[in-house]
Design a protein around this ligand. Structure first.
Ligand SMILES: [Zn+2]
Length: 432
């Protein structure tokens, strides 16, 4: 059976770091269990282990080491997994959690510790998935409290926070307190796009070791689609290339006909740009498709959250305190609506960004063809069209168009209104 790191595609460096840390953690537990070396705080032994493992300061250690002087320490109590969307941040965090709970200390993939962690049923592993809404302070306090208890399995208490960039400020402070004074057997695993202060507060980051993940190569993504998901090799190869290193996106393209249709519509844009009017039409179509996709994906969950909150607030209660409770309820509903609105915006931007990444892939293909560069196209199914573009525009024209798409992404990231940015891009793509 494959071990717990098998699905972490194309991340050899990060996997090596995590394996070392798991071995170091297992050694800590053994040392704590041996009567002669019993220590109240297993991290007391970190310095000794640091020398033992003598890890070269790499991107996962070095200046990001929270102990501030022992970059070699294999194990620490707080980690941040960063990387582009789809690179496998949460896969990495879960695999590492399994390796820590593994009875062999390796992440064998077969023992009860590995198995229950990977299936999400381990009593000492808690997973927080905010689903687009920010993680509130109440939830975080309860989590921190439970995480401080002694691990029932005798190894580690682990808290995985997916999308740690969506912590509210108050929740971040509650988490920071726990990370600053960690219970002896508690490990925090945070996932975030980057360690930019917009994503993770500087103080939390300074207490964590960072494990950067890279965009996995298409070949590695295709391999995992075939092995894990049973997708036919030719479909897997096409989807992995088209998804440009995003594992989840590759799987969706391979399996979901609607995702394929949306991509087809985006890739039809270049040949439709025949004039100013067509450019504005294409901009509208792109924006509206992103809005529709986002609306469909959040509608159901919005309604479920709303009715769950109404039930929790006991709508229609009477008696002492009911009036005050109703005032509080109105505030909470308003708060929920506000958070749902910000999620809708985020989902919409994610959908639009996926479209722009697909479009950038097309112009990148045209550019590499114009340059006769010996690289495989991103979109094998529009390769002929990209070749025609390469003939017509030359490398320079293809590059200008690629830059127009990338500038559009950057503008939206910098809060330019999406419609304005997309219209400017379509005009630039048409004019060249
Ligand atoms: Zn195991």
């Amino acid at each position: 059976m494959a071990d717990v790191f098998a699905d972490l595609v194309g991340q050899d460096e990060a996997v090596a770091t995590l394996r070392r840390a798991a071995a170091s953690a297992a050694a800590l537990l053994r040392a704590a269990a041996a009567p002669a070396a019993r220590s109240a705080d297993p991290y007391d032994d970190l310095d000794a282990l640091a020398e033992e493992f003598d890890e070269a300061p790499g991107p996962a250690g070095g200046e990001s080491d929270p102990s501030g002087g022992e970059p070699g320490a294999g194990m620490t109590h707080a980690w941040i997994f960063t990387g582009p969307p789809g690179s496998g941040r949460s896969v990495a965090a879960r695999a590492f959690a399994a390796a820590l709970q593994c009875v062999h200390g390796t992440g064998c993939g077969a023992c009860p510790g590995c198995h229950t962690t990977m299936t999400g049923t381990h009593a000492d592993v808690r997973l927080v998935v905010p689903e687009g809404l920010s993680i509130g302070v109440g939830e975080m306090r309860a989590l921190v409290l439970r995480a401080a208890s002694t691990p029932s399995g005798g190894r580690w208490q682990i808290v995985i926070i997916e999308d740690a960039d969506r912590l509210t400020e108050a929740a971040g402070n509650a988490l920071l307190k726990a990370i600053e004074e960690p219970p002896p057997r508690t490990v925090f695993l945070l996932c975030a796009p980057s360690t930019h202060p917009d994503d993770i507060s500087v103080t939390i980051r300074s207490r964590c070791r960072v494990v950067p993940l890279r965009q996995p190569p298409a070949g590695a993504v295709a391999e995992v689609l075939v092995r894990r998901d049973g997708i036919a090799p030719d479909v897997a190869g096409w989807a992995a290339a088209a998804a440009q290193g995003h594992v989840g996106r590759a799987r969706r393209l391979a399996r979901d006909p609607e995702a394929r249709q949306r991509r087809d519509a985006v890739l039809a844009v270049p040949r439709r740009l025949t004039g100013v009017g067509a450019a504005f039409d294409a901009a509208s179509a792109l924006i509206e498709a992103a809005e529709a996709e986002a609306a469909a994906s959040v509608a159901e969950i919005d309604e479920a959250e709303r009715s769950a909150l109404q039930t929790a607030l006991g709508a229609g209660g009477t008696g002492r305190g009911a009036a005050g409770a109703m005032r509080g309820a109105a505030g909470q509903l308003k708060d929920l609506e506000k958070r749902q609105k910000s999620r809708a915006t985020r989902v919409q931007r994610d959908a639009l960004d996926r479209a722009l990444v697909d479009l950038a892939g097309f112009y990148r293909d045209a550019l590499t063809m114009a340059l006769r560069a010996p690289v495989a196209p991103v979109h094998t199914d529009t390769a002929a069209l990209a070749e025609a573009g390469a003939q017509k525009w030359d490398a320079e024209g293809a590059l200008r168009r690629l830059e127009a798409v990338l500038e559009c992404r950057a503008a939206i990231e910098a809060n330019v209104k999406p419609r304005i940015a997309v219209e400017a891009m379509m005009l630039a793509l048409w004019k060249g």
